[in-house]
Each structure stands twice: as structure tokens, then as C-alpha cells.
Design a protein around this ligand. Structure first.
Ligand code: TPP
Ligand code: MG
Length: 406
């Protein structure tokens, strides 16, 4: 796997790439002229859209700049604050798991820009269908912090009412949510609405039949759905290059879906490409596939130890492309990162983390029969019989203990 140190100053890889340039840097091989130019969306686009490079330098873009003209200094600061907060939420939840308060947690460390940039582009009436790692997207949707943890504490089968924040509860069956999103998007068309379904999934998920079937339907019906793939370079312990010999974004045009490859550690670029895809979907232009090239800096979940399968150098390389650090550098260069501001952001993040912890520790224990709730939306006699049987079974313990105490 190619290291970032193999790149020239422009970020272009030196030499040829045996796997079609699908390396850990997320960059394409240099073109004949030796440069890689980020370009506007086009079918099969392989160029990486980047507006803020990993040194924190803002690069003008002839196509995408017009989509973010409203992002002034205050808005950039807001994006930075969001990313600090979600990183803090992630760290707190990881700590809660280590302390035995959560059974499991899937960290998003490193993927903050992809999730905040896209999440902040959405309208309230858009609908998100995600996997388990999109906790920053849930934060953008306004999820109750305690709800975020319910499932991971083993306290509930699902965390929240999807219609309360227009986001389905996380899907653990890899890729299944892309079908749900496509079906929902087909419904949007039938309703004559202009909202959009956005589905998040990983690089690994793109090898699932569900994702491919979803793309066939989305293209056939020109459904208003965005396929937002976070290529974090790993599917648990399998590197992306194993299953994708060409950049993942190149697959979508084969289904008739335009695609774009974006620097997933650049929050501004993620915001811009998502806005473009939303505008296309709202205006009847159908689906878009976004590949956000990012990196999972932590373990797959807290049950995983990535040291067993990945090179420490790779992590180090990606740490130098950290999404928060580059935005901090940009803000600093604009004179927008003084100590008062960073202290205030830290205080906000700490307060939210404290709220998260408090919500976790004070969550009431569920009743055993809660497991029967929300299985069906309407009464079901078969389920009622099972619940009745289970209640009598539980009651038998009370009778036994009373007999024992006589
Ligand atoms: C249908 C299905 N197959 C396998 C699994 C086991 N599994 C859980 S996570 C995962 C890897 C997913 O990788 P990716 O799509 O890249 O998402 P990431 O975890 O990197 O965010 C697998 C194979 C599953 N949950 N569902
Ligand atoms: Mg992955």
C-alpha cells in the first residue's frame, strides 16, 4: 500500500499504481501531465474534490465555490465546533464502553468532516438511512444524546422514533439501508415532494448485493436518493483495495448514476458536493453517488484491535490529514482561532459530553416485556400470545420465591 510520503508536493502519487491508484491516501495516480486536478462532477469522475488541503490551505474551485458562497467565517467556525463536539461525543462514548457502561461502540474518529459536511447540507424534511457509524450525522439531525446510546447499552432494540428527526435508526445489516432509502425516495417522487433520501454506508458495503440492487432501482426510477459512501479504507480487517480494484466512485456510472469523489477529510468539500447532489435530486435529476475518501483512525468497534492487522505508518499518514486539524489551521490563518474561541468550543464539547454521560448512567432499566413493543405497528394476535406466555413465565418466578419464603 502506497504511503503519503510517496506523494509529491501537489499530493499526486509518484510512479504507477498496480491497483488503479486505490491507495491509502485516497489519491489517484498522477495523470500524463503529472498533476491531479479536482474537477466538477462528471460520469466516472476519479478526481478528488478538495477545497481545503491537509495543510489547511483553501484552494479556489471553479465549480464548487459557487455552492458555498454563504460559508463565511462564522459558518466555518460553526462547522469546526460541530466537528470538535462530535469528536468529544465519540471519545466519551468510547470511554463509557471501556468503563463497562456500554456493551459496544463504533467510533467515528477521523470521519468527522465527511459526516458533518454532508449532514449540515441536509434539510429538515430530508430523510437519512445510515449504518452504525454515523453518529455525527445523527447529531446534525438533532438526536437526543441519550437515544444515541440506548442500543449500545443494551437498553432498547432501537434508539429513537425515526420520524422525530427524519433519520432511521442505524442499520447493522451491512448495506440494507440503501434499499430502504431508495424505496423511501421512490415514495417521495410519488408524493410529489422535493425532499431527498440520503443513505450512508461504508466501502465494504459496496460489495453487498443490497447496495447494487438499490442502485439499479434508484437509476431506473431516477429516485431522489444520495448514496453517500464513506470510504474509510477498511471493512473491519479487510483493506478496501482487496474488494475494489478501481475507485469505488467509478462503479456508480455503470448503473447510470453520476458519481463524485471527494476528500472526506475536507468538511467544506463534503458540504459542497452534498449540496450539489441534493439540488440534482430535488430538481428531478435523480440519484448521485458520493465517495468520501476518509480514514477510520480508531478501531472498527471497541471490540476490535486494529494493531493486529494494520500498519502503524498508515495511521500516522492519515493523522497528518486530520479533518479537524486542517480546519483549525485554516481558521487560524484567517485570524478566527483565538484562545477565547477555542476555550468556548472546548467548554461546549465538555458540557455535551457530560450530558451524554449523565444520560447514559441515568437510563432506566427496561422492563422484560418491552422487547414486545414496536415489533409491529398494529396489534398482532400471535405476538400477543407470546407476550402473555412470557408474562406468565416471569410471574412463575415470583410465585416460586414466595413459596420458598413460606
Ligand atoms: C450483511 C452483513 N454481513 C456482514 C456483517 C458483519 N460486518 C459488520 S461491520 C462489517 C464491515 C463493514 O465495513 P464498511 O462497509 O466499510 O463500513 P465501516 O465499518 O468501515 O464503517 C461487516 C462485514 C454484517 N453486519 N452484515
Ligand atoms: Mg469501511
Amino acid at each position: 500500500m502506497r504511503r503519503l510520503t510517496d506523494m509529491n508536493q501537489d499530493g499526486a502519487l509518484q510512479g504507477s499504481e498496480p491497483d488503479g491508484g486505490h491507495d491509502a491516501s485516497g489519491r489517484e495516480p498522477a495523470s500524463a501531465s503529472g498533476t491531479v486536478l479536482p474537477g466538477p462532477l462528471r460520469d466516472g469522475a476519479d478526481d478528488l474534490v478538495q477545497l481545503i488541503d491537509h495543510h489547511g490551505v483553501r484552494h479556489p474551485h471553479e465549480h464548487y465555490d459557487e455552492l458555498i458562497t454563504d460559508v463565511d467565517g462564522a459558518a466555518l467556525r460553526k462547522l469546526y465546533e460541530d466537528m470538535v463536539v462530535v469528536r468529544r461525543i465519540d471519545a466519551e462514548a468510547t470511554a463509557l464502553q471501556r468503563q463497562g457502561e456500554l456493551a459496544l461502540w463504533p467510533p467515528l474518529l477521523g470521519q468527522e468532516a465527511a459526516q458533518i459536511g454532508s449532514g449540515r447540507a441536509l434539510r429538515e424534511d430530508d430523510f437519512v438511512f445510515s449504518s452504525y457509524r454515523e453518529n455525527a450525522v445523527a447529531y446534525c439531525r438533532g438526536v437526543d444524546l441519550t437515544d444515541l446510546l440506548r442500543v449500545w447499552r443494551g437498553n432498547a432494540s432501537s434508539g429513537w422514533d425515526p420520524y422525530s428527526i427524519n433519520m432511521a435508526t442505524p442499520q447493522v445489516i451491512i448495506g440494507a439501508q440503501t434499499l430502504h432509502a431508495t424505496g423511501y425516495a421512490m415514495g417521495i417522487t410519488q408524493d410529489g415532494a422535493d425532499s431527498v433520501a440520503v443513505t450512508y454506508f461504508g466501502d465494504g458495503a459496496t460489495s453487498q448485493g443490497d447496495v447494487n440492487e438499490a442502485m439499479v432501482f434508484a437509476a431506473s426510477y431516477q429516485a431522489p436518493v444520495i448514496f453517500f459512501c464513506q470510504n474509510n479504507h477498511w471493512a473491519i480487517s479487510e483493506p478496501v483495495g482487496l474488494q475494489a480494484h478501481v475507485p469505488i466512485a467509478r462503479r456508480a456510472p455503470g448503473f447510470g448514476i453520476p458519481s463524485v469523489r471527494v476528500d472526506g477529510n475536507d468538511v467544506l468539500a463534503c458540504l459542497a458536493v452534498t449540496r450539489e447532489a441534493l439540488a440534482r435530486a430535488r430538481s428531478g435529476g435523480g440519484p448521485t453517488f458520493i465517495e468520501a475518501v476518509t480514514y477510520r483512525m480508531g478501531p472498527h468497534t471497541t471490540a476490535d484491535d486494529p494493531k493486529r492487522y494494520r500498519d502503524a505508518n498508515e495511521l500516522e499518514d492519515w493523522a497528518s490529514r486530520d479533518p479537524l486539524a486542517r480546519l483549525a489551521t485554516l481558521l487560524d490563518s484567517l485570524g478566527l482561532l483565538d484562545a477565547d474561541y477555542t476555550d468556548a468550543v472546548k467548554a461546549t464539547a465538555d458540557a455535551i459530553a457530560a450530558e451524554l454521560r449523565q444520560g447514559c448512567l441515568s437510563m432506566p432499566e427496561p422492563e422484560p416485556t418491552d422487547v414486545f413493543k414496536h415489533v409491529y405497528s398494529a396489534p398482532n394476535s400471535w405476538l400477543d400470545r407470546q407476550q402473555d406466555h412470557y408474562e406468565r413465565y416471569l410471574a412463575s418466578f415470583a410465585e416460586t420465591s414466595q413459596e420458598g419464603s413460606r
